[in-house]
Design a protein around this ligand. Structure first.
Ligand code: 4AD
Ligand code: MG
Length: 471
């Protein structure tokens, strides 16, 4: 704020972060969540009832009327001299868990209903909002249509079998067929259904009509991986383009990620600065060698400005097989035979040690990727691509889709999928099929990167993980 306030009359609402002062005057830091900054309220004790002053405690909600003046103190440009204070909601000092001191992220996870009131979490959720807004902006400006794909589906798009069932059966009395199997014909949708693991298959139907579409919605995976990068409920952005091959797909993904980093750097500087300083404090506890060489905002600028490395799986495999940690058996999973899936330790070696920049790995062995990916001439690899980010590993997974009817049919069979269940998907390859491509960006992994948070549970308001669905 650069304009000098001219005794402007103002009414503000917010929650008390801290209160300090002397016998005669109180300084109250008020925050309403619109920014990481607080507004300093000056309350001259002689203007207020003692009863009112007593109730101004950390966590309480106030409405304050007064006039804005230039501040003499350091740390703020302006402050509000209170004329009237209304206590909207008390917060008993003996009970309120968010007293002004440093709390561990683990503790704050247990009070996810209150943690948005901290500077750390309000900053994270403002950055999260900004990124979501930027995603819609990006695609809207480029002629992509936002398509809502179903959350309840009958298919397993990724074929990994990590699905949550959806049913309205009475679980104590599930109808059975004569063979003793569950009789899904009697279930709500007259078939077995689950929560979607990806909107891709339906997004493809959209792209084969509207040319460019994207989905942005919740996705559910019942994978029992208790890692810092997995959630059971996460949000995924999935653009899909007709008349586009894998090169176009990689170009779009790289441009998109650069745009998002530029957007938050421009729109969320206060929050990023706060989070950056928070990380610097956190890192002081670590030995020098483990500290990050780059500050948070420099990392985001690096993504925005530097080109990504693009290598085939086979090239990545050769680099990894000949790498020092592989030869010295430092990797938990030794890279030995072509065809092995890359683990996060390998991804991080490529990104953080070998190339020191984001890496796009393409043309993966077909055996470790999904049925819908386009087969290469070599018969061994498919037109897949993963984007690997420092500190995160895989942030994007995408591919050129198999548009040839016969090849797709063959792949569906080879993957042991019932063709009947995908009749509608196959039909698009019979009627005006065209090359098309798309990818999925894990939204929380993006927010993790942008905020520097180590644990994915800290970048979604109410995380769902194995054993945890509180709030
Ligand atoms: O690589 P995935 O499984 O790809 C797909 O689902 C494709 N259908 C996408 C497409 O081509 N349209 O998932 C895409 C991304 C991953 O790269 C990762 O960032 C994120 O989604 N992701 C998860 N994020 C949080 N928790 C999980 N359990 C995740 N699983 C995947
Ligand atoms: Mg993947």
């Amino acid at each position: 704020m650069s304009a000098i306030p001219d005794n402007q009359e103002l009414a503000v609402c917010g929650w008390v972060r801290t209160r300090r002062g002397s016998k005669n005057v109180s300084f109250v830091a008020l925050n309403d969540g619109s920014t990481v900054k607080t507004l300093q309220i000056i309350a001259d004790h002689q203007n207020f009832e003692e009863e009112t002053l007593k109730r101004i405690t950390t966590g309480s909600a106030l409405q304050v009327q007064g006039h804005l003046v230039a501040s003499g103190g350091s740390g703020q440009n302006v402050e509000l001299v209170a004329r009237n204070i209304e206590i909207l909601g008390d917060a008993d000092a003996d009970d309120y868990p968010l007293q002004p001191k440093r709390h561990s992220l683990e503790f704050l996870r247990e009070i996810a209903h209150l943690r948005p009131r901290t500077n750390t979490f309000s900053s994270i959720f403002r950055v999260r909002h900004s990124l979501a807004f930027a995603i819609h902006n990006y695609f809207n400006q480029r002629g992509f249509f936002y398509l809502n794909t179903p959350i309840i589906t009958g298919s397993d798009a990724e074929g990994a079998g990590e699905m949550f069932a959806v049913t309205n059966f009475d679980l104590k009395d599930v109808p059975k067929t004569e063979d003793g199997e569950i009789d899904f014909k009697q279930d709500f949708f007259s078939k077995a259904t689950n929560l979607t693991v990806s909107g891709q298959l339906e997004a493809e139907l959209g792209a084969l009509a509207l040319s460019k579409v994207y989905t942005f919605g919740p996705t559910f995976r019942a994978e029992n991986s208790n890692t810092t990068r997995h959630l059971a409920e996460f949000w995924m952005v999935e653009p899909e383009m007709a008349f586009a091959d894998l090169e176009d797909d990689m170009d779009l993904a790289e441009d998109f990620l650069k745009y998002l980093m530029t957007y938050v750097l421009e729109h969320n500087n206060d929050d990023l600065e706060f989070l950056e300083n928070r990380l610097i404090e956190e890192e002081k506890a670590k030995p020098q060698a483990e500290r990050s060489a780059m500050k948070l905002r420099d990392k985001l600028k690096f993504i925005a400005n530097e080109s990504f490395e693009r290598i085939s799986y086979t090239e990545a495999f050769n680099i990894l097989r000949n790498s020092k940690p592989n030869r010295k058996k430092k990797f938990q999973f030794i890279i030995d035979e072509w065809g092995a899936d890359l683990q996060s330790e390998h991804e991080r070696f490529l990104v953080e040690k070998h190339f020191a920049r984001p890496v796009i790995v393409f043309d993966y062995p077909s055996a470790i990727k999904a049925f819908y990916m386009r087969e290469n001439e070599d018969g061994k690899t498919v037109r897949a691509m993963d984007i690997l980010f420092p500190g995160i590993g895989e942030i994007v997974g995408g591919s050129q889709r198999e548009e040839r009817y016969d090849v797709l049919k063959k792949r569906i069979k080879a993957f042991g999928i019932d063709e009947q269940e995908l009749w509608w998907y196959l039909e698009t390859r019979k009627f005006g099929t065209v090359p098309h491509s798309g990818f999925g960006l894990g939204f929380e992994r993006l927010v993790q990167f942008a905020t520097g948070m180590q644990n994915i549970r800290d970048v979604i308001p109410f995380p769902r993980t194995p054993g945890n669905a509180e709030f």
